[in-house]
Design a protein around this ligand. Structure first.
Ligand code: NAP
Length: 311
């Protein structure tokens, strides 16, 4: 099968190749998915560069961490899916396998694809929607009336988070750059701050939950807009979290999202009802996977980059 692989870690342009590799083995709890489309995320180019590496690679590794496609084979112990089912899933990026014609995935990580979405739209959702869901409902407690600040709201995680926070009943303020503010407003944000022309910490206070997708100075300044007892949930590292908790009397944490088939099923229902809208910015063919990764690496996302694997 055709797949995007690396044989060693390095820069995307130097090490990512689209080539023929053997199709994956199907374990007893796996479904084999014929991939129609795969979402691209910052973690994919980080993996290519050796982020999360446990050592040198023993052989070619297929990269890619989320897909939508059709089940072509189910392992002997699979109970929820059968050949012909349309599905989507987030694949463990350390295992990879998404930028390929086929991927084998444990059925507990898989959900039925929302019927109203194209494969490209469905492939754009698992990682970012699960991350946003876990940040707002597990790592913090967003509920009706919560005042939430979402940073990077035109990006993958931010665009899902704005919509999910609104579904939870929150009042949502979002940050984005100049060209993206209308897009973020269209996702349902009550207030959008153009971070290039306005300092959010000079105009906001009394926030219950900040979702930080940016880090650095944005993360630091976010502490001052929280009310006492509020939460800063970050998906990038937080230096000195314990000291910050004490200094500001708030909860401060960073977390890594985890794949979760049941949560993905709930998010699929939200998408099917039109309350969670995928935002696909650009689709690249599988042969152009390096260019897709480089686009994500350059930043400035206005939604997701997707690889169309087959029509
Ligand atoms: N911990 C986890 O489980 C987890 C899960 C998913 C992602 N992540 C990480 O979270 C980060 C975001 O992921 P993503 O997929 O959402 O990335 P993305 O799609 O590239 O989106 C990032 C967005 O942030 C905007 N931005 C940049 N600087 C900003 C600033 N100072 N203030 C407000 N917005 C700003 C960018 O647009 P402009 O440049 O136009 O402003 C872009 O729209 C990445 O570092 C990723 O690796 C972690």
């Amino acid at each position: 099968m055709k797949a995007a692989v690396i044989h060693q870690y390095g820069q995307v342009g130097d090490v990512v190749q689209v080539t023929d590799v053997p199709a994956p083995a199907v374990g007893p709890r796996d479904v084999l998915i014929e991939v129609r489309a795969a979402g691209v995320n910052p973690v994919d180019h980080l993996i290519v560069k050796g982020f999360m590496a446990a050592g040198a690679l023993a052989g070619p590794v297929v990269i890619g961490s989320e897909v939508a496609g059709v089940v072509t084979e189910a392992g002997a112990e699979v109970t929820r899916f059968a050949a012909g089912d349309e599905v989507f899933t987030r694949v463990d990026p350390r295992v990879g396998g998404g930028f390929a014609e086929y991927v084998a995935v444990d059925e507990s990580l898989v959900a039925a694809k929302p019927a109203n979405l194209t494969f490209e739209e469905a492939a754009s959702l698992p990682l970012v929607a699960l991350t946003a869901w876990q940040a707002l409902t597990e790592q913090s407690d967003v509920r009706a009336g919560s005042r939430v600040l979402v940073h990077g709201a035109a990006g993958g995680v931010g665009s899902a988070a704005v919509q999910i926070a609104k579904q939870l009943g929150a009042e949502v303020t979002a940050t984005a750059s100049t060209g993206s503010t209308e897009l973020v407003r269209s996702l349902g944000a009550d207030r959008v701050i153009d971070y290039r022309s306005e300092k959010f910490d000079e105009v906001l206070s009394g926030i219950d939950v900040v979702l930080d997708t940016i880090g650095g100075d944005t993360q630091e300044r976010s502490l001052s807009v929280l009310k006492p007892g509020g939460s800063l949930v970050s998906i990038v590292p937080v230096p000195d979290a314990e000291a910050k908790k004490e200094q500001w009397n708030v909860d401060v944490r960073s977390f890594l999202m985890r794949p979760h088939g049941e949560q993905l099923t709930a998010l699929a229902a939200l998408a099917e009802s039109g309350r969670l809208r995928p935002l696909v910015e650009k689709v690249f063919p599988l042969d152009e996977t390096p260019a897709a990764l480089q686009k994500v690496e350059r930043g400035g996302a206005r939604g997701k980059t997707v690889i169309g694997v087959r029509p």
